[in-house]
Design a protein around this ligand. Structure first.
Ligand code: PLP
Length: 484
């Protein structure tokens, strides 16, 4: 059926919308059911997608049938499938059914919860959903949460609050000129977003000091204390310690209780970046990874990583919401409302004024899976990773490159003893690329103390034991085929 003749102005008709919405719903259901049969990495080269699209926009209206056909024929084949059961690169992100429905409904409402009256339900649901998440992870009731798009922005928001704290609330007016230089302390394994936040906050990358780690890649509290003493003598003012629960390279967990002790003694803000690892708190027997986080001043976790909420949604908690507001609240006359003071205005909690309704998908995911269902899924991923780790440990010619405290396995193939590090890197890069070229799985890499390691992250909602077995089989097969 062709689209209805277009009125000169206004939206497409409800009938046209309904017809295509049904078609899109069917497409999504089929896509999710069959995503495992698609190549995880698309078979495209840079420029292929843009080259298949017209350089200028259509002057006349185009029917949605044609637009959706191009979506299927050009966009989907040019997409990396993060929803794929054998997507094991980076950290996984899964678009679950309830989360996708939440996204669709949020787009339909198109509400912008800048201030309470511009979005009462989104503002209040954000609080409810983040309180649920906080309780589900075993974090203290004193943590006040709000949503940002990503952990990078969450870390920025937390460190901006820390900057106010360190300057006695002066940074927002005076900036940093005239005061002592501020410094953030994070382990050498901390995510690059901590350094980026320092760049944005005017500290510069030299405003972050990397603290050495122990043999399990955890920040060393003794090295932190030594660095603080040395820096204080040199005129630096310590602004924050940014600990990580689940580092990006190896999922190591910094010793937060010891770091909290140092911060409490020294009066320094403690931030915890638990973007990936925080979700482990949903599983009672793994909650110990968050030990000490109740003493943090701020805490970030990404439900879009390991809680099956489609990207993007990062939860930012703080025991000092006054400092978060101090860093970000700036209310012009046109945004003042009668509810000010009586209700929360989300614009006061971060750099953006506009706020899309992200809480809906989180709330729907938590309700649709239940806290027990979420815990069972995470528990299953940890068990699958442990199983893979065991296969690696038991196989001749394979090395596990770091402990596996969560659901990430780091490995490399050593074709024979005595091969140089350079040759091992080349061999394992080729091995990883050979696996990725099959389209059956997507793996990524990191450097562990300078040594190349293949990362196999298990965390996708749709991953089964057969998927992990297939990846291990592929690795072994390709290891025999690539040069080395
Ligand atoms: N922090 C850690 C520990 C991470 O692993 C990552 C990404 O993997 C980030 C922060 C950044 O996350 P986002 O992509 O949400 O900015």
């Amino acid at each position: 059926m062709p689209d209805d003749p277009r009125p000169p102005l206004g939206d497409i008709s409800p009938e046209t919308f309904r017809r295509h919405a049904h078609e899109v719903a069917d497409w999504i259901a089929d896509y999710l059911a069959g995503v495992g049969d698609l190549p995880v990495l698309p078979r495209v080269r840079p420029g292929d997608v843009s080259g298949a699209l017209p350089a200028s926009p259509p002057e006349e209206p185009e029917p949605l049938d044609a637009i959706l056909r191009d979506f299927r024929e050009i966009i989907v084949p040019g997409t990396t499938h993060w929803n794929h059961p054998r997507f094991h690169a980076y950290f996984c992100s899964s678009g679950s059914g309830p989360g996708i429905l939440g996204e669709a409904l949020a787009a339909a409402l198109n509400v912008n919860a800048m201030v309470w009256r511009s979005g009462p339900a989104p503002t209040e649901l954000e609080k409810v959903a983040l309180d649920w998440l906080r309780d589900m992870l075993g974090l203290p009731g004193t943590f006040d949460g709000h949503i940002e798009d990503t952990a990078s922005v969450g870390n920025l928001v937390a460190l901006a609050a820390a900057r106010e704290h360190a300057t006695g609330g002066q940074a927002r007016e005076k900036g940093l000129a005239g005061g002592p230089p501020l410094r953030v302390y994070a382990s050498e394994e901390a995510h690059s977003s901590v350094r980026k936040a320092a760049m944005v906050l005017g500290l510069g990358t030299e405003g972050v000091r990397g603290i050495p780690t122990d043999d399990a890649f955890r920040m060393r509290p003794d090295a932190l204390e030594a660095a603080l003493a040395e820096d204080r003598r040199a005129g630096w003012k310590p602004m924050a310690v940014a600990a990580t629960v689940g580092t990006t390279s190896t999922t190591s967990v910094d010793p937060v209780p010891a770091l909290a002790g140092v911060c409490e003694r020294e009066g320094i803000w403690l931030h915890v970046d638990a973007a990936y690892g925080g979700s482990m708190g949903a599983v009672p027997e793994f909650r110990h990874v968050l030990d000490g986080c109740d003493r943090a001043d701020s805490f970030v976790v990404n439900p879009h990583k390991w809680l099956f909420v489609p990207i993007d949604l990062s939860a930012v908690y703080s025991r000092r919401p006054d400092m978060v507001r101090r860093a970000f609240s700036l209310v012009p006359p046109y945004l003042m409302t009668p509810e000010d003071g009586a209700a929360r205005n989300l614009m006061d909690y971060g750099p953006a004024l506009g706020r899309r309704f992200r809480a809906l998908k989180l709330w729907m995911v938590i309700r649709a899976f239940g806290t027990r269902g979420l815990a069972e899924r995470i528990r299953a991923h940890v068990a699958l990773a442990a199983e893979l780790a065991g296969w690696v440990d038991g196989a001749e010619g394979w090395e596990r490159m770091a402990p596996t405290p969560m659901s990430l396995v780091l490995l490399r193939h050593v074709p024979r003893p005595g091969v140089s590090e350079d040759a091992l890197e080349k061999h394992n890069r080729e091995l990883m690329e050979a696996v990725n070229a099959t389209g059956r799985a997507f793996l990524s890499h990191t450097l562990v103390r300078g040594r190349f390691a293949i990362r196999v992250a298990v965390g996708n909602l749709r991953t089964t034991r057969e998927d992990v077995e297939e990846v291990w089989g592929l690795l072994r097969k390709k290891a025999g085929e690539v040069g080395g």
